[in-house]
Write a protein that binds this ligand. Sequence first.
Ligand code: NAD
Ligand code: DAU
Length: 346
Amino acid sequence: MAGEYIRSILATGGAGFIGSNFVRHVAAGDYERVVVLDKLTYAGNTANLAGVLDDPHVTFVQGDICDSELVFDLTQDVDAIVNFAAETHVDRSLLNAGEFIQTDVYGVYVLLEAVRRNALRRFVHVSTDEVYGHVPEGKSRENDPLDPRNPYSASKAGGELMIRSYCTSHGVPAIITRGSNTYGPYQYPEKVLPISITNVLQGQPIHIYGDGQQVRDWLHVQDHVEGIEFVLRHGLVGEAYNIGGGNERRNVEIARSVLRELDAPDDLLHFVTDRQGHDRRYALDTAKISELGWSPRVGLDDGLRETVRWYRENQQWWGPIRESEDYQQYFAQNYGGREVLKVGQW
Ligand code: NAD
Ligand code: DAU
């Protein structure tokens, strides 16, 4: 099993939301070395790595996965790459897709070249359920066709296709994970849960796109990172694995849970102009990873309660982000022009 061979990891994008939770998780394990490579874009933050940056097994390097020399050097003596680095927010991809193509497609190619030239043992690429596109009924299985429908998911699918080609042509030992909507501590307050929680904590409304009937499958970040590490150790090369939480909910239900946890009134629910090309539903069949021996452990009610508590107690983390110029500009650009269609119950 690969687990016996993987002693050192390069975690790219390890200062972002899922990456930093992964680094914290593996730093507590028995790996000899974890190197974090992160460009520190607006979404990257060394504060996410509080408590692990001074761990002697962990090294942080600021840099770009598109920098082939740097990536080549950093991979000369690691066993595996786990790639979290990406532009990740659908709404930003609708405003400007260029960086998504650069990092999520070209950046993956640079990593693949380094894996090939330095003969790494594993490349685990963290992808998304969004590559399957809208799923009106049933659940997506790993061999289903990819049908991405927004610039973010198209760039993630592009990265996946590049990986497939390197597995076939060059025998690169890559594995892809496709995770569902992830939530928990250290998520940048632009994704629906952290922006909704922090809006309400500041007395502002939750903006629900369209009718709020869109369905997502919610996965706690601790489950997601454990699933990724499980795939690193036990997954089969050349395969893709769905990682889902088994918690399908409509967006409006998620928003109501936030209001309930914060004891806030229904009139903070604002239904606004929908997202362009908004996928109505994602749903994952997770039989493949569960047959291999992994399943999620965190229940959605407990996970949401803890997450709301974390944001309530960690305003020193999200307050400066929300005050930053980049955030204010993005907030105005994304929400400023939206019409309020309905306030309160739909
Ligand atoms: P995030 O936006 O919080 O973090 C992304 C990190 O990548 C940041 O630290 C950023 O600085 C870094 N980065 C961006 N471009 C880079 C570059 N060119 N070079 C080096 N570092 C760069 O994202 P996240 O939510 O933690 O997502 C991590 C991965 O998981 C992504 O690949 C995403 O597609 C995937 N994913 C996310 C979710 C989710 O719900 N958040 C679900 C499934 C899959
Ligand atoms: O499904 C996995 C994907 O989940 C990841 O690959 C992405 O990186 C991650 O950003 C996330 O994408 P979504 O677009 O599903 O997440 P987001 O939090 O942006 O939106 C979740 C749902 O909530 C979606 O249906 C859009 C809606 N939404 C979002 C925001 C930000 C709102 O109704 N209002 C909002 O303000």
